[in-house]
Design a protein around this ligand. Structure first.
Ligand code: FE2
Ligand code: FE2
Length: 295
């Protein structure tokens, strides 16, 4: 195994952190509160893809709150889909590690975290009174990520992209006292536990990226914006607009300058990190900007 001192030390630290704080969604979220209730927003309005569009302006306040419940269920569904894909990347990594490597134990903790998160997201959807939305790509995307140039590093780059993207919405949701309490509790649980996953992925990438051959780094850097774009596009789900009878909702969301700026903002921690790592530099930054992933 290549130089993995920092990753091993981080794994030891994160195992200890997990022992101090691991949450159980069936104990730490109050499911006695009715989820299918539109007296409150389920996500902050400014995090909704239609916010500020003519379709948004045409909705009553009650319709906007209902729409937020559907968007929250769609984000939960995307979360389940992402976590399934990310766990597969982590499990393939685990299969290559000796059991004596601290990362072996830590990555099992991370998979266990994701299993609880997905059961939590599923519980919200089951109680939300919405369809079980799913990303439209059907599920094959991200499956072959380890075969891309950069291999496992590309896998962790995508893990980080998903985690940073969801984290920003989660943080805004947990802090906003006007949001439905179940939605806030889910968001808080996810923020607290995902901080460890983000920390591991960043440490791993910081250590592994410079060890890749230069040609492979160049190829991986060229593919990275396409991969992150794929993930960011899953934040708009056409089925949801069809369900709610909002004509042209998906196209309006994708063309919405507020939504586009939100994606750039939500990815800022990722793009800053990738710039420090050298994945994004002056020669390729324009590609990230063109795809609406960076400013
Ligand atoms: Fe998670
Ligand atoms: Fe995670």
């Amino acid at each position: 195994m290549q130089n993995s001192t920092a990753t091993a030390a981080k794994a030891v630290q994160l195992i200890a952190a997990s022992e101090r704080l691991t949450l159980d969604p069936f104990r730490d979220v109050d499911w006695s509160i009715e989820v299918e209730d539109d007296r409150q927003y389920h996500l902050p309005p400014e995090k909704l893809p239609l916010f500020g569009t003519p379709q948004w302006d045409a909705m009553s306040e009650a319709e906007r709150r209902t729409y937020s419940r559907h968007e929250c269920a769609a984000v939960c569904a995307a979360g389940i889909w992402f976590e399934n894909k990310l766990m597969q990347i982590v499990l393939r990594h685990l299969a290559t590690l000796p059991v004596t490597d601290p990362a072996h134990r830590y990555l099992l903790v991370e998979v266990a975290d994701e299993c609880r998160h997905s059961t939590m997201f599923g519980e919200y959807i089951r109680r939300a009174g919405t369809p079980t939305y799913a990303p439209e790509s059907g599920g094959s995307g991200l499956d072959a990520v380890d075969d891309l140039p950069g291999g496992r590093a590309m896998g962790y780059l995508l893990i980080l992209a998903v985690e940073e993207l969801l984290d920003t919405t989660n943080r805004a949701t947990m802090r906003d006292e006007s949001i439905h309490p179940v939605s806030r509790q889910i968001a808080k649980l996810h923020v607290l536990e995902e901080a460890r996953h983000v920390s591991f992925a960043k440490t791993y990438l910081t250590e592994m990226w410079p060890t890749l051959p230069e040609s492979e780094r160049a190829e991986a850097a060229a593919i990275a914006p396409f991969a992150v774009d794929y993930v960011a596009r899953l934040m708009v789900n056409d089925d949801l607009y069809a369900e709610l009878g909002i004509d042209g909702g998906g196209d309006a969301a994708r063309a919405n300058p507020h939504h586009q700026a939100r994606i750039v903002g939500d990815l800022a921690k990722l793009t800053d990190f990738l710039t420090k790592l050298g994945v994004i530099d002056d020669t390729n930054r324009a590609g990230w900007v063109e795809r609406g992933l960076a400013a």
